[in-house]
Design a protein. Structure first.
Length: 188
């Protein structure tokens, strides 16, 4: 019983202290310019100090969250096709270094559930932010004769009107190709 009383007493003191801390910001603020030109601000009135109008404390008020109602659900357009739980490029791996003199890169895409072709969904690829392959239903794609260097690859799911429905995460890979400009190291 005593322990409960102590807890209530501590809780009450905590509320009192927290309640008073908000009122301290309402206290007057005084400005004083010293003979050497330095400025001193204080909550105590000193000789030669003038009271200044301090701006009110800054606050942030959030908007209430909108809870979706049954009326909102009926207004929402129905999704065509199945939602895709997994959509990512599995080959090449992100940040992979590939040595391929012909510049051919095999791209594999993980897609679960499978592509909804009845809804007109297709897969397109972008390389360095440019569409490089017209949309198709294949999740295994061979890119031919790519230039050496670093590339960014992304897969897109598009509909019949070529509207983008979903994007995979962008992966980066580095393609090394043999160059005639590079001479083999000579052994001494």
């Amino acid at each position: 019983m005593r322990r409960k009383n102590h807890l209530w007493l501590l809780f009450g003191l905590l509320l009192l202290v927290l309640g008073q801390s908000g009122h301290q910001s309402l206290a007057a603020i005084y400005k004083q310019v010293l003979p050497d030109g330095s400025v001193v601000f204080s909550d105590q009135k000193e000789v030669g100090a003038t009271e200044i109008d301090a701006p009110t404390t800054q606050g942030y008020h959030t908007k209430p969250l909108h809870r979706e109602t049954q009326a909102d659900r009926t207004k929402r357009p129905q999704q065509s096709g199945k939602p895709y739980k997994t959509f990512r490029i599995t080959t090449p791996l992100d940040e992979a270094t590939i040595r391929e003199n012909a510049g051919n890169i095999e791209v594999n895409i993980a897609l679960l559930p499978g592509l909804d072709q009845k809804a007109g969904h297709r897969i397109a690829l972008t390389l360095d932010d440019r569409l490089i392959r017209s949309p198709s239903a294949s999740t295994h794609i061979l890119l031919k004769n790519l230039n050496r260097g670093t590339h960014k690859l992304q897969a897109l799911i598009v509909d019949n009107q070529d509207n983008t429905l979903m994007r995979s995460p962008v992966i980066t890979f580095h393609l090394f190709r043999f160059s005639r400009l590079l001479k083999p190291a000579q052994r001494p």
